[in-house]
Ligand binder design. Structure first.
Ligand code: FAD
Length: 251
């Protein structure tokens, strides 16, 4: 897709990124290798979250992929039709957590209970889920655990399972975790023209929009007092933060 100077190449993996000496008047100094050819650019943004180290190896051990798992469950027969929970819930225990969201009234599959988490219920506290980027499969131990959570949390209010079965759907996705539990936003130190906004842990839906806005402000030379008023400095990429190695989830 292209237009107005904008060109979007979907389903096109970046297979390599190289810094070159700036060439000619264009000043292109980055070469992005893709499955469909090379893109030359003055500036490159890594918006690759948990996969960032695959594109720029300096993030290896700094932004670590972690596979998360979710189920969508048809409500049991004793549950009110069309949704019953006005808010979302988190169940936090010593080493882990689950979260629960009911599909709201008027939405597709209203009343379905979406349960995610359960990582530590897999063997070795879910160790095998760290460092994996394969979101085409689910972890059977976590599936089994998540499936049981609704009956347990709702108790008799759940009732018999829906005749079509409890689990409507389940899937995995890849998150990006950092040593200090914070995103990386800004120019990569020492790499003129290489920018990043990544590593949102399990909270990217609430963070990535404004991090993108902050990144654009920085790239466009608006890294000023106004940005400082709302954008947390601790999200900025620094040598010190890049030198730390991931030791485990902080939450
Ligand atoms: C199971 C699960 C539950 C979550 N729950 C919540 C929640 O409740 N609340 C919340 O706020 N957040 C939640 N998140 C986190 C949130 O989904 C992410 O933080 C958010 O999607 C990050 O957005 P992003 O665009 O930075 O990265 P992503 O959505 O991961 O996008 C990265 C993109 O980069 C592309 N990419 C990677 N490598 C390459 C390459 N080499 N070449 C080309 N493209 C590449 C990928 O295909 C992908 O499209 C959850 C995530 C998961 C997996």
């Amino acid at each position: 897709m292209s237009g107005g100077g904008f060109n979007l190449q979907t389903h096109t993996a970046v297979t390599g990124l190289k810094r070159k000496k700036p060439s000619g008047e264009s000043g292109f100094c980055w070469e992005v290798q893709t499955q469909r050819g090379v893109v030359k650019a003055r500036r490159v943004v890594l918006a690759t979250n948990g996969y960032t180290a695959a594109v720029w190896p300096r993030f290896q051990g700094v932004v670590v992929p972690l596979r998360g798992q979710v189920t969508a469950q048809r409500p049991g027969k004793a549950m009110p039709a069309g949704g019953c929970l006005p808010t979302t819930y988190s169940f936090i225990y010593e080493r882990g957590y689950e979260y629960m969201v009911a599909r709201p009234q008027g939405s597709r599959f209203a009343g379905d209970i979406v349960m995610g988490g359960g990582l530590v219920r897999a063997p070795d506290d879910g160790l095998m889920e760290f460092g994996t980027t394969d979101d085409s499969v689910v972890n059977e131990d976590i599936s089994e655990y998540l499936r049981e959570t609704t009956g347990r949390y709702f108790g008799p209010d759940w009732g018999e399972d829906h005749p079509e079965g409890r689990v409507r759907s389940e899937w995995t996705g890849i998150m990006g975790f950092s040593p200090d539990g914070l995103p990386f936003v800004g120019e990569v130190p020492g790499e003129n023209g290489l920018w990043a906004s990544c590593s949102f842990q399990g909270h990217g839906m609430v963070l990535c929009w404004m991090c993108a806005k902050a990144l654009v402000d920085m790239m466009e030379g608006r890294d000023d007092e106004e940005l400082g008023e709302w954008f947390p400095d601790v999200f900025r990429i620094t040598e010190e933060r890049l030198a730390k190695r991931f030791q485990g989830r902080l939450y």
